[in-house]
Design a protein around this ligand. Structure first.
Ligand code: HAM
Length: 427
């Protein structure tokens, strides 16, 4: 019987899991500061939800859905699939709660696992984590800019260098002209187009711009920004101005189109140079027609999702390693009880403390304290209890001194104050 995990799925242990937790906690703080509230939606939704939003001809729906089969019945649009992304489920929940009619202006964040049947490689997994934000009822450019600013705030807090690429895809009024121009260009260059682009040409000519094979060729293709109507152009210009005002460094990339069908106007991607081929750390944009497409009122929408796993790859993991402030070493029964009390006081003071097994001798407990990379070892035996002291061993400097029991907590708090207050310290 095969009991190992499935290909593309991962177990995250220790620091790997902690990195995701740190990013999620930081992202929640950013969301909180922007008055964005949380939404939790199911991991299973009907196939139709994604076919109608992400797009019937998108790679995600055509090739990457995990369908959960309940019976031997043939598959249909009502069958549950594991969510490949968060946006459609959030839009569905928003409509189902009736908010599109009774209270349309809402802002939500979500985080959790998403599932796509992709070819696994570094930074690309079949189960991965997203932190996403969706704004409803905001058609203005300031909403798009605020979302990008949120990612920039998180970037700054995590001390990362990331590049912001933005574009405008136009709307229902001006997109047909761009589509037509791309179709014409594609037909004229048919012999030079790659196999995928031959398909894209008929199904979704906008995606010709996304070709990773014929990059040189697509440079001569019509540019999105040249086909915008006056309203879309003004919207895009305001987004750019607001980003510049907020100090966000961005590039306009007229070849940026997204693999999901619901976008209109603003589309953006955030890329990192240091994480390998899967460099898109976050992406998003405006989806003004989506609420209506899914059966709701005509309410504007805009949002983004961060790939938490990819952001974790961009971090300097060593900065987030947890090292206990102290390891407590007890020698004997009475010492064990005294050590447990002392550990309790230290934890109330906010310190990270591990009490070591009293079944080991002094040497073995010291070795364990070293292995844990604890800052201090505190040693308590019968003699220390009798004299109301503790042996305080600085494991970094290998020096030991006797400290009175009453003073020891404050001593360690003072010594670790910088570590505790450090902005890189996670949850
Ligand atoms: P997306 O571009 O498909 O957009 O995904 C957003 C981010 O999720 C990507 O930039 C990437 O960091 C991460 N990601 C995607 N696939 C994988 C994978 N297989 N392994 C690891 N990370 C991955 C969306 O999902 C939209 N819902 C974003 C959005 C929200 N647009 C508006 N609101």
């Amino acid at each position: 019987m095969q009991l190992s995990k499935l290909r593309g799925f991962r177990d995250l242990l220790g620091l790997d899991a902690r990195l995701l937790g740190v990013i999620e906690a930081r992202a929640r703080q950013v969301a909180r500061r922007h008055n964005v509230s949380e939404i939790r939606v199911p991991a299973l939704e009907r196939l139709n939800l994604y076919a109608r939003s992400t797009g019937e001809t998108s790679d995600i729906v055509e090739k990457q859905l995990y369908v959960v089969q309940r019976s031997s019945e043939s598959l249909g649009g009502d069958d549950p699939v594991l969510r490949p992304e968060g946006t459609p489920g959030v839009v569905r929940a928003y409509i189902e709660a009736g908010l599109d009619r009774i209270d349309p202006e809402q802002r939500y964040f979500y985080c959790g696992p998403m599932f796509r049947y992709e070819r696994p490689q570094k930074g690309r997994y079949r189960e991965f984590y997203q932190f996403g934000v969706e704004f409803f009822g905001r058609a203005d450019a300031a909403a798009d800019a605020e979302l990008i600013v949120m990612i920039d705030e998180l970037r700054r807090e995590l001390k990362l260098e990331l590049n912001f690429e933005i574009n405008s895809l136009g709307d229902a009024r001006c997109r047909p002209a761009l589509r037509g121009a791309l179709l014409e260009w594609g037909r004229a260059h048919l012999p030079q187009l790659c196999q995928d682009c031959h398909q894209r040409l008929e199904r979704n000519p906008l995606r010709l711009l996304d070709c990773k094979i014929d990059v040189k060729l697509t440079e001569s293709a019509p540019k999105t920004v040249d086909y915008l109507c006056d309203e879309c152009r003004a919207h895009f210009q305001t987004v750019c101005e607001l980003l510049a005002d907020a100090g966000v460094r961005y590039n306009i990339n007229p070849r940026l189109v997204r693999g999901l069908d619901y976008y209109s106007r603003t589309a953006f991607e955030v890329v990192s140079a240091g994480v390998g081929a899967q460099s898109a750390i976050a992406a998003g944009g405006r989806y003004d027609g989506l609420v209506e497409t899914l059966g709701g009122a005509a309410v504007a929408g805009t949002g983004f999702a961060i790939g938490v796993d990819r952001l974790a790859l961009a971090l300097d993991a060593a900065r987030f390693e947890v090292r206990p402030d102290a390891a407590l070493i007890s020698l004997g029964d009475a010492a064990l009880r005294a050590a447990m009390r002392l550990a309790g006081e230290m934890r109330i003071a906010g310190l990270c403390v591990e009490s070591l097994s009293p079944e080991r001798g002094l040497k073995a407990q010291l070795r364990r304290a070293d292995k844990l990379k604890a800052r201090f070892a505190l040693i308590i035996g019968d003699d220390e209890i009798a004299r109301d002291v503790v042996q305080l061993r600085d494991l970094k400097r290998s020096v030991q001194q006797e400290v009175s029991r009453a003073e020891v907590v404050n001593r360690i708090v003072a010594d670790t104050a910088t570590a505790l207050g450090s902005p890189t310290e996670g949850p």
